[in-house]
Ligand binder design. Structure first.
Ligand code: GDP
Length: 141
C-alpha cells in the first residue's frame, strides 16, 4: 500500500541552492511527488506548524528561521512513507545522521537541518492538511 508523508525543503537548503539535489535524492529513492509548492511561511504559520514545540527554548529560533525565506512543501508517496522518509533524511542533528542521508549531506546545524519529515501517519495527515487541499493531491497509483 502506498502511504503519504509530508516533507519540507527548509529555507537553508533553498538558500544554499540544494533544492534540486534534494528533489533528485527524493526521486532516486523511489518516492512519488504527489504535490509540491514553493512558499514562504509567515511567522504565524511557522508558529502554527510547530505548535507542538511551544515553550521549548528553541521555539523562537525555529519559527524565525522557518519564516526567514522560501521553502518547498511536498507530499511524498511510498510504501511505509513516514518511516522510510525519516530514514532517508537522517537524525535531527546532522552530526548524528547516518552517511548518505539528506541531513548528513546538506544540513549545516541542528537548527538549519535542510529538511522536515512527519513523525507519524497521524501527524503526516495533519501536516499535509496544513498546506494542501485534497484537490491539490495527485492520487497514489
Ligand atoms: P525533527 O522531527 O527531526 O525535525 O525534530 P523535532 O520535531 O524534534 O524538532 C523540529 C525542528 O526543531 C528540528 O528539525 C530542528 O530544526 C529544530 N530543533 C529541534 N531540537 C532543537 C534544539 O535543541 N535546538 C535548536 N536550535 N533547534 C532544535
Amino acid at each position: 500500500m502506498t502511504n503519504r508523508t509530508f516533507a519540507i525543503i527548509k529555507p537553508d537548503a533553498v538558500k544554499n541552492n540544494n533544492s534540486g539535489k534534494i528533489i533528485d535524492h527524493i526521486l532516486n529513492s523511489g518516492y512519488e511527488i504527489l504535490s509540491a509548492r514553493l512558499t514562504r511561511m509567515t511567522l504565524a504559520q511557522a508558529e502554527g506548524f510547530y505548535a507542538v514545540h511551544v515553550g521549548r527554548p528553541f521555539f523562537e529560533e525555529l519559527t524565525r528561521f522557518m519564516s526567514s525565506g522560501s521553502c518547498w512543501v511536498l507530499v511524498l508517496g511510498k510504501d511505509n512513507a513516514v518511516e522510510e522518509w525519516r530514514k532517508t533524511i537522517g537524525a535531527t542533528n546532522p552530526v548524528d545522521a547516518d552517511e548518505g542521508t539528506i541531513r548528513k549531506l546538506y544540513a549545516t546545524s541542528l537548527s538549519e537541518n535542510a529538511v522536515h519529515g512527519s513523525d507519524s501517519d497521524k501527524n503526516a495527515a495533519i501536516e499535509i492538511g496544513f498546506f494542501f487541499s485534497d484537490a491539490e493531491l495527485i492520487a497514489c497509483q
